[in-house]
Design a binder for this molecule. Structure first.
Ligand code: HAM
Length: 414
């Protein structure tokens, strides 16, 4: 073992596992670009206030943020999530609305690491700004759901709720506070429950679970516009055949949500970390960041969690990664150098051994690589201006003119 390891709570992703990541991102890209979303790349760190403004009451911002002072004395933070940076970028550049963005990026949260919970995790996600049309909610929720289906996941439940807005939520919170004041809550929420009563509904401890069983539900207290909006979202999902479960206790771990909120929960994962993704509306976020009122909705899917759910369901295995041809050169290596370059230029994936290994060692490497074809150059071939092509699966082989190698390899490929 060497002296250095990846930091606690982080992981290295190496081949062949990394090939799954590539495929997952490619699937997501095709899914969302087909729906008109464009890639947004934003910095991995921002002015700490970008996140403080949107999540002061949340653990993600209050306790878990990787914040620091840079050498110029600026207070910065590694991004704990991807929504605030996209909204900040929108306000900075003001692209035409609706602005439909997607991203793939790491996020950093100083959490207690455990299975499915890391200090650096990665999300693919979308954000759509500029309208509160419920059809957009339906589009976004359905996209999140489709991504899970595309991976082959069948045991994922879409949990749906509405968190209301500035009109109906304050009255509901008062009602909830009054209710909670009469309950016996867990230690943490006995002290802090009144401060952010919605958190109590999300608390996984038994005391809070029992105490909140009969708590008033926000869904029953929505103002007329929020109720109508939520109805339209549900009707739209029904129209598209997107199954969901209403979850009145669903509150999200970030402060900015209004109206539609949702989570994708994998039945196959341990309940504490079973959310493979989540999202919702954040119609007041742009204003919180000092911009004009700009409604928006989005979601983030955790790549690590999605892959854990795939493992648990036995779907979306790492794809076979191999080259098409392995060049075996027993004449010193110069032939392999030229042949691999020529094959690659022709679009054929090719690799070789180095260090003038023995023929036996080179064939072993070829087998290990999984390449279907070996392109062999020995003294005889070199002298005759030929190469021998061996089908590594059947063992059959033929000798062809060196000049025709690309055409012949192509013909042998499946
Ligand atoms: P979030 O629920 O905090 O939402 O994170 C989204 C997903 O990222 C989670 O469902 C989970 O799969 C994954 N995730 C979060 N934290 C960790 C962690 N420590 N380790 C592993 N995976 C994790 C957001 O971040 C919002 N920005 C989503 C959103 C987009 N809302 C609107 N637009």
């Amino acid at each position: 073992m060497t002296e250095f390891r990846s930091p606690v709570g982080t992981r290295d992703v190496l081949p062949p596992e990394s090939a799954r990541w590539e495929r997952l991102v490619a699937l997501f890209t095709s899914l969302v670009e087909r729906a008109g979303y464009g890639l947004v790349l934003s910095p991995l760190f921002e002015d700490v206030a970008v996140f403080e403004r949107v999540g002061e009451g949340t653990d993600v911002v209050r306790k878990e943020m990787y914040d620091f002072e840079d050498k110029g004395g600026r207070r910065m933070a590694l991004r704990p999530e991807g929504t605030a940076p996209v909204v900040r970028a929108y306000l900075q550049y003001r692209p035409t609305l609706p602005f439909k963005a997607w991203y793939v990026a790491p996020n950093f949260r100083y959490e207690r690491p455990q299975a499915g919970r890391y200090r650096q995790h990665h999300q693919v996600g979308v954000e759509a700004l500029g309208t509160d049309d419920p059809d957009l909610d339906v589009e976004v929720v359905a996209l999140g759901r489709s991504m899970c289906a595309r991976l082959g996941l069948t045991g994922v439940t879409l949990l749906l709720n509405s968190l209301g807005d500035d009109v109906c939520r304050p009255a509901y919170l008062e009602m909830l506070r009054a209710f909670l004041a009469r309950q016996d809550l867990c230690d943490e929420h006995r002290a802090r429950g009144q401060e952010n009563p919605l958190r109590v509904l999300d608390c996984k401890r038994d005391a809070c679970r029992t105490a909140t069983q009969d708590a008033p539900r926000l869904a029953d207290q929505l103002c007329e516009p929020c109720a109508t909006h939520f109805d339209r979202v549900r009707t739209g999902l029904d129209t598209l055949g997107v199954a969901y479960v209403l979850q009145p206790r669903l509150v999200r771990g970030l402060d900015y949500y209004t109206r539609t909120t949702f989570e994708l929960a994998a039945d196959s994962l341990d309940s504490a970390q079973n959310a493979v993704g989540g999202g919702g509306r954040y119609d007041k976020l742009a204003e919180a960041l000092g911009g004009p009122s700009t409604p928006g909705i989005g979601f983030g899917l955790g790549i690590e969690r999605l892959l854990l759910a795939c493992d648990a369901e036995g779907v979306f295995p790492a794809p076979e990664t191999t080259v098409d041809a392995w060049v075996v050169d027993t004449t010193g290596g110069a032939a392999a150098l030229a042949l691999t370059a020529e094959l690659r230029t022709a679009g054929i994936a090719a690799d070789r051994s180095f260090d003038a290994r023995s023929m036996k060692a080179q064939f072993k490497a070829a087998d290990r690589s999984g390449a279907p074809i070996a392109v062999v150059v020995g003294d005889q071939e070199a002298a005759a201006g030929t190469v021998t092509l061996r089908d590594l699966r059947s063992g059959s082989q033929e000798t062809v003119a060196r000049a025709d190698v690309v055409d012949h390899v192509r013909k042998l490929l499946p």
